[in-house]
Design a protein around this ligand. Sequence first.
Ligand SMILES: Cc1ncc(C[n+]2csc(CCOP(=O)(O)OP(=O)(O)O)c2C)c(N)n1
Length: 549
Amino acid sequence: MSENNTSAHALLGVLSANSVDRIFIVPGESYLGVLDALLDFPNIDTVVCRHEGGAGFMAVAAARAAKRISVVMTSRGPGASNAAIAIHTAQQDAVPLIMLVGQVPKKNLRRGAFQEIDYQMMYGSIAKWVYEVTDPKEMAAATLKAIRIATSGTPGPVVLVIPEDIQQQLVTQPQWKALEQIPGHPSSELVEKVASQIKNAKKPLIIAGGSYESKAGREALRRLAESWQIPVAVSFRRHDIFPTTHDLFVGELGLANAPHQINAFNQSDFILALGTRLGDITTQGYTFPASPIPEQTLLHCYPDEQVIGANFNTQYGMVCNPIALANKLAERAPDNDEKSSLWVKSLRDIYQQSAAWPTPPHANDGVAFWKVVKSVAEHAAKDAIICLDAGTFAAPVYRNFPFHPSQRLVAPLSGAMGYGVPAAIACALNHPGRQVICMVGDGGFLMNGNEIITAVERDLPILFILSNNNCYGSIRINQELEHPGRISGTTLFNPDFSAMAKAFGVQATVVQSEDEINEAICTGLKQKRPAFIEVKSSLDIELHGNFHS
Ligand SMILES: Cc1ncc(C[n+]2csc(CCOP(=O)(O)OP(=O)(O)O)c2C)c(N)n1
C-alpha cells in the first residue's frame, strides 16, 4: 500500500500479491481488524468454517491442490488450539501453510491475559517459524518473510501472531510484490557425473517424492524414467506423481509393503531418491535404504540441506531443484542404453501382484468396502480427485486403486483423522467442475463432518462415501494383533448418518448389500451437488483381510 492504511491491509496486501485468493477462517474477537480489512479485498474468498481443525485442514489441502501457500486464520487461545492438528499435518506433509492468530492486546502480552498463549512455546517444535508482530510497521515484511519460510526448503507451517490492537493502526507501506523463488539448479559437472553413474548401474531405482507434485514435476519425472528406463517407486502416499498404470511404476513405499517387495527393491545398485525427504514410513522405519550406510550408491536430491545426509549416508547429496535435476538427467540419456528389462519387469510383476483386487471372502456382517473402492476406480472420471481420511477403509485405495495420469490423491501423510471432508471441500473450491470423491470412516466423519455444510452452501459436486463399520477399525485391527479378543475402547455407537447428511441438505443413500454398490456409485458420481453414500461395511473382512492403512 503506498497510502496510509491499516496493518491488516498491509498483511492482506502482501498475501494477495502472493496469489492468496482464499482464506479459511473461524472468526474471533481477537482479529476483528483483519476481518474488517477483508471487506476491502474482494479478490480474497473468505470461507467461514465450523471448527478450526476443519478450517486448517482445508487450508492444508488447498495448498496441496494448488501447489502454493494457503492461509487459515483463527482466534487466540481456544481457536488456535483447535487448529493445532493442521499445523502438525502441514509439517508432516511438507505443505506451505500460514496460520494467522489474533492475540491479546500488546499491553497485556505475557500477563496470562484472557485466552493468551505464548505461541512460540506452543508451536515452536512443529512450525518452521512463529512470530508475534508487535509493531504494525513490520507487518508487511513479516508476512513476506512468513511466505518465504513456509515455501522454501522443506515447505511447512508458519504461525503469524497479531495482537488485536495493532491490526487497525495506520502504517505506510510500499507496494509489495510477489515473491519469486527458484531453487538452485544442479551444476553441469555433477549432472554429468550422475549420468555416467546411471549408465554404469545395472539396477537403478528411483524413489520419487512430493517435489514432483505439479504438472511440471510429473512431466519431468516421467521424462527421466522413460528416457533411462528406470523403475519408479513413489514415497508414502504420493501415488499420483507417476501413473500407477505405467510400465515403470513399481509401487508405493508405504505401510503395507510385503517383505519380498522390499527385498527386491534392495537388489538395486543405485538409488536415486528424488524430491523425497526419505522419511520414516517411506524408508520402512529407516531400514530401506539401510541407515546410516545404505547398501547401494545413494543419490539424494531435495531442496533442503537439513534433510540431505540426516539419516542416510549419500554419495550424491544434492541440495537443488529435483525437477531441474530430472530434466537435466533426461536430456543426457543415451539413445541406446540397455537397462535390463528383466530388472524392471521383476519389480513391476511384484507390484502388479500386490495391486490385484483381492478375491472376496463372504462377509456376513456387511459390505466389503474394497468393492466400493473398486467400483469408484471403474466409474470415476479420469481426472477425479480422491480425498481420503485416515482409517482402514482407505487401504484398498492405497493398495489397489489404479491412478490414471490425471487423477489426484489428496490424503494426509500425517495420518490425521478428520482430514477427508475438509480436504474435499478445499479441492472442490480449488478445481470447479472437477469430480471430487471423499472417502471417510465413521470415526473420522464425526470429527470434521460438520464442514459438509460448506459443500452445501457452495453447491460443490462432491461425492462423500462413508464406510460405517461401527468401529475405530484401524485401531481394532492393531488391537487384535497385540491383544487378541480383548476389545477395548474401539467400538462405536453411531447416529443415523444418512439422516444426518439429509439434515445438512445433502442427498443421501445407504448401501447395505454388495449388489447395490454400482448403482449408488454411478448415481452419486453424476450429481452436480454434494451427494452422500453410507456403506454398511464389514468389519470382519477388514479384520481378516490384512487391510492396514
Ligand atoms: C485425529 C486422530 N485421532 C486418532 C487417530 C488414531 N487413529 C488412526 S485410524 C483410527 C480409526 C479410524 O476409524 P474410522 O474413521 O472409523 O475408520 P476405519 O479405520 O474404521 O475404517 C484412529 C482412532 C488419528 N490417526 N488421528
